[in-house]
Design a protein around this ligand. Structure first.
Ligand SMILES: [Cu+2]
Length: 227
């Protein structure tokens, strides 16, 4: 009888234990997977640029901040610019060197090589490199001539937000400019555009077919990784 009872009780205990084991296993797995679930946010790298005025006598003393957040394949761009002298569309780009692994810096008064009183786009190139990534509706398209740049309000301010695929952006940089990776820590950001009047000196250089007032740099900031 005792053996019989023991035999009966054993299966009972075993049927209860397997019922509990999966729950314990699930709990343990859930606890273990928590850090993995949190990784994308924790693994994000944030870059920041403080835009300072350039050509303030004609540009109005524009300033701004740009935050660039790299998370897995996504690059989120968030720009806030104020103090522009003209309402309407303003070009804004990431500039940098396409060769030599050189870090770009912002142009200053020393870059006014022809002494005409303004630092034009071509005069920024020795220290800042070339126009690389446009803040348009399609930054990864790398199309610098575009009518899809941010539009400043009557107070001379705009905000811009866009998220791009890094894979797509890096592929375009490689294909169009032979650049390996976006290399944000070696780049600067320029905002461009002053009013049509008063006219700029005739010596102010621009892109082919584009008025100098549209491309004249008015603010610049070095992209740095945030702590
Ligand atoms: Cu630019």
């Amino acid at each position: 009888m005792t053996i019989n009872l023991h035999a009966l009780s054993q299966p009972k205990r075993f049927t209860r234990d397997p019922a509990k084991t999966p729950w314990r296993a699930v709990t343990a797995a859930a606890v273990l997977s928590l850090p993995l679930v949190a990784l994308p946010a924790a693994g994000a790298t944030v870059f920041h640029a403080d835009l300072m005025p350039l050509n303030a006598s004609v540009g109005g003393g524009a300033t701004g901040t740009v935050t660039l957040t790299v998370n897995d394949d996504k690059l989120a761009i968030d720009a806030n610019v104020k103090g522009l002298r003209s309402a309407g569309m303003h070009m804004i780009h990431i500039h940098g060197f396409t060769t030599g692994n050189k870090a770009a810096t912002c142009a200053g008064p020393a870059q006014d090589k022809n002494g005409d009183g303004v630092i034009d786009l071509s005069e920024t190139e020795p220290v800042s490199g070339k126009t690389l990534i446009p803040f348009t509706d399609d930054p990864a398209g790398l199309k610098v001539p575009s009518d899809k740049y941010p539009v400043a309000d009557a107070q001379g301010g705009f905000t811009y937000k866009e998220t791009v695929s890094l894979k797509q952006l890096n592929a375009a940089l490689k294909h169009n400019l032979s650049i390996d990776g976006v290399q944000l820590d070696k780049r600067v950001i320029y905002v461009h555009g002053v009013p049509d009047t008063p006219p700029l000196p005739a010596t102010a250089a621009s892109l082919p077919g584009v008025p100098a007032a549209m491309t004249l740099p008015v603010a610049c900031g070095v992209i740095r990784v945030s702590k």
